[in-house]
Design a protein around this ligand. Structure first.
Ligand code: ATP
Ligand code: MG
Length: 306
């Protein structure tokens, strides 16, 4: 198995932030930054000690693909994407590290909200519904079954916790308290739903159900709202295969669910310092590649060689 790249070392650039999966580096243009995806994998907000080979490149190329599709389908959409080009002037060994796994993006003030949209009931939404009949505090129809489609997609934000803490589900009416003002919060909600619907329709044509997904948004100095971060990847979304989908049954895992299921089975949910067995890493990598191929129509290896 090819080695996974869990640490990104770029001595010629200044690292400005490091998330669970990505490292952000400054670029000569003060309004841009280099957004680099490592092969690290997090589940239940904890990063595994080992990674998934090529995952960073798969996520980066998939996000870039979606930024293009979404911009075509929603012409008014602003995104942080600038280019997949390796920044000019960086040493060859650093260029080979970031090739395919980095995007030059607009540097923006990220809004403190995880803009989750759910088309189908599963995960924490299913748990809350079983316990209280609500989803993020929203009343839901009675008698819903696992994996059932909501009458229409719902916006179910969560807080964006600081490193080490867990995001908390909140009622959409409370999102403005995290974001700062109601006007921005309303725009984010409308935008998240519009993007989800466009993406879900696109994916459905390709045999994939986007059960739920998480977007992040940011503002520029003029107050314009941008779609940022990664988009519609297996890390930020639950993808289900349309074939074989059945209400009442947990759909076959098509993404990180694979890892989540293993962690739960082993009693390692949200435990620090977990090393995934090699077969789980290989199988997860294959799932990511399969999702890439189904959604983009191009094999990851071919996309990466371009
Ligand atoms: P977080 O909970 O902060 O999202 P994470 O562990 O998911 O943490 P990563 O995905 O590893 O984070 O790192 C990406 C980070 O970059 C996130 O904090 C995200 O909010 C931030 N980010 C995304 N797009 C931009 C942008 N255009 N400008 C500045 N920061 C950005
Ligand atoms: Mg993230």
């Amino acid at each position: 198995m090819a080695a996974a790249l869990t640490t990104i070392s770029l001595p010629s650039l200044q690292k400005i932030a490091s998330g669970k999966v990505r490292d952000l580096f400054s670029l000569p243009d003060p309004n841009a930054l280099l957004f680099v995806a490592s092969d690290r994998l997090s589940a239940f907000d904890v990063v595994m000690t080992n990674g998934i080979p090529n995952k960073g490149a798969i996520l980066t190329l998939m996000s870039a693909y979606w930024f293009r599709v979404l911009s075509e389908r929603i012409p008014s959409l602003r995104t942080h994407f600038i280019s997949l080009d390796v920044p000019a002037g960086i040493p060859a060994e650093e260029a080979s590290v970031v090739k395919n796994r980095s995007m030059q993006v607009r540097k923006l003030q990220v809004l403190k909200i995880e803009a989750i949209v759910r088309g189908y009931i599963t995960g924490s939404a299913w748990k809350e519904y079983q316990a209280r009949g609500t989803v993020h505090g929203l009343a839901m129809p009675q008698g819903m079954r696992l994996a059932q489609k909501f009458p229409s997609a719902i916006y179910t934000p969560s807080t964006k916790a600081e490193a080490g803490a867990h995001d908390e589900n909140i009622h959409p009416d409370d999102a403005w308290k995290e974001i700062g003002d109601r006007e921005t919060a309303d725009k984010v909600e409308a935008l998240a739903l519009t993007i989800y619907k466009a993406a879900a329709a696109y994916a459905e044509e390709r045999g994939i159900i986007i059960a739920d997904t998480k977007f992040e948004f940011a503002k520029d100095a003029e107050g314009n709202i941008y779609l940022v971060d990664e988009v519609l990847t297996p890390d930020s979304s639950r993808f289900w295969r349309k074939d074989g989908y059945e209400v009442g049954k947990e759909p076959d895992s098509f993404d990180k669910q694979f890892v989540r299921n293993w962690l739960i089975k082993e009693g390692l949910r949200a435990k620090e310092g977990v090393t995934l067995p090699e077969d789980i890493c290989v199988a997860t990598g294959e799932k990511y590649k399969e999702a890439f191929y189904l959604l983009t129509g191009t094999k990851f290896e071919d996309a990466a060689n371009n």
